[in-house]
Design a protein around this ligand. Structure first.
Ligand SMILES: *Cc1c(COP(=O)(O)O)cnc(C)c1O
Length: 367
């Protein structure tokens, strides 16, 4: 028998979250963002749940080609665009929409002779200061793009620096002012803006993390009551039990000392599975459906949990590390991280199965 750790992917949860996006931004079309191997869930696995999306957005050219090979005929957007002439050829062959964020990418397209014109999303740097043309330069870039033979339709996009804490109006204002005289679809909203900033919804929204049921802020509390469902459950079992006397410690570094007699469960899950090593004592976990906490330091293959609230638990008891009961962000936040990072960092050694639609179908993790 393999180690009792596994991840389950719930396609019904992804479908549900996508419908929730569509209800929240009813006038917008949806780019489903599946970069980073669908935020760690596996593009192949997630794909069947995306049928009602209007487009798929990702970064990696190979992933984009795979999506075409699955039979996706609607738009596919490369969020960072192309890097070299070969990429333009691939974009042409597979009818990919490319982000264009700099003059070098315009030059690549200007030099290309694609069979069909390539649709682009012209990206503005409205304040994030990562990718994009500055507002004062945007109209010039738009005119230049319009003159390039290889370019088809031009959509206008930008990305928010802090859609999560409310202060995004200044970026919207920059964008609106700089695009006032330009035609084309608008696309601004990541997950946070989908949930909390209707003013930013426009023609296309680009949700990623909420499709997987994680919080755009990294704080589980912020999505309470939103109705989002967790797309991934990471679970394992208790493989050992220890009874501690007052004053005894647990694990490496002896970071936790029992102040009374207590029973500790040893769980087959460690940082080599993708559980954050920095998760401190107190990080929530569920044993046989009962919420408790991890205690002591997370090691490579194991972690330890306080069995006080679940006295009937023992070897073989089921443990939910994150999922529907324990939000991934509840684990991430005390470890100084965000749900995004934990989902993406699920280790290859964890077997992954598809939960809802194909029960009991276990397969190797597809990286
Ligand atoms: C990753 C990404 C998104 C999705 O972000 P979430 O916060 O996961 O919704 C949207 N737009 C761009 C340009 C991105 O890179």
């Amino acid at each position: 028998m393999p180690r009792p750790i596994s991840a389950r992917i719930h396609l019904d949860a992804v479908r549900h979250n996508l419908q929730l996006v569509k209800r929240t931004a009813p006038s917008s079309r949806v780019w489903s963002v599946i970069k980073a191997n669908a935020y760690g869930h596996g593009i192949e696995r997630i794909y069947p749940a995306l049928a009602s999306a209007d487009g798929i957005a990702l970064l990696d050219l190979d992933e984009a080609v795979r999506v075409r090979e699955f039979g996706w005929t609607k738009p596919v957007l490369l969020l960072e665009g192309v890097f070299e002439p070969d990429d333009v050829e691939t974009a042409d062959r597979h009818r990919l929409t490319v982000t264009v964020h700099c003059d070098e990418q315009l030059a690549l397209l200007n030099a290309a002779r694609p069979r069909e014109r390539i649709d682009i999303q012209l990206k503005m740097n409205s304040g994030m200061n990562r990718l994009g043309f500055r507002p004062g330069d945007f109209e010039r870039a738009f005119r230049r793009a319009s003159d390039i033979e290889a370019i088809g339709s031009i959509g206008l996009m930008s990305h928010f620096a802090n859609a999560d804490d409310g202060a995004i109006d200044w970026q919207i204002d920059e964008f609106d002012a700089a695009t006032r005289h330009l035609s084309g679809t608008r696309s601004l909203s990541n997950s946070a803006a989908v949930l909390w900033h209707p003013r930013a919804h426009r023609d296309w929204v680009r949700p990623g993390t909420i499709l997987y049921g994680a919080s755009p802020t990294g704080c589980a509390r912020h999505i309470e009551g939103c109705g989002l469902r967790a797309a991934m459950t990471l679970s394992s079992r208790i493989i050992g039990v220890q009874t501690l006397q007052p004053g005894e410690t647990i694990g490496y570094g002896r970071t936790f000392t029992a102040d009374r007699a207590m029973t500790i469960g040893v769980v087959a899950c460690g940082y080599a599975d993708g559980y954050p090593r920095h998760a401190p004592t107190g990080t929530p976990v569920a044993v046989d459906g009962v919420r408790t906490r991890i205690v002591g330091r997370v090691s490579m293959d194991m972690l330890t949990v306080d069995l006080t609230p679940c006295p009937s638990a023992g070897i073989g008891s089921s443990v939910e590390l994150w999922g529907e009961q324990i939000r991934v962000d509840e684990v991430a936040e005390p470890a100084g991280s965000i749900g995004y990072e934990l989902m993406c960092a699920l280790a290859r050694r964890v077997p992954v199965s598809i939960g809802a639609d194909i029960p009991n179908k276990t397969e190797a993790h597809i990286a």
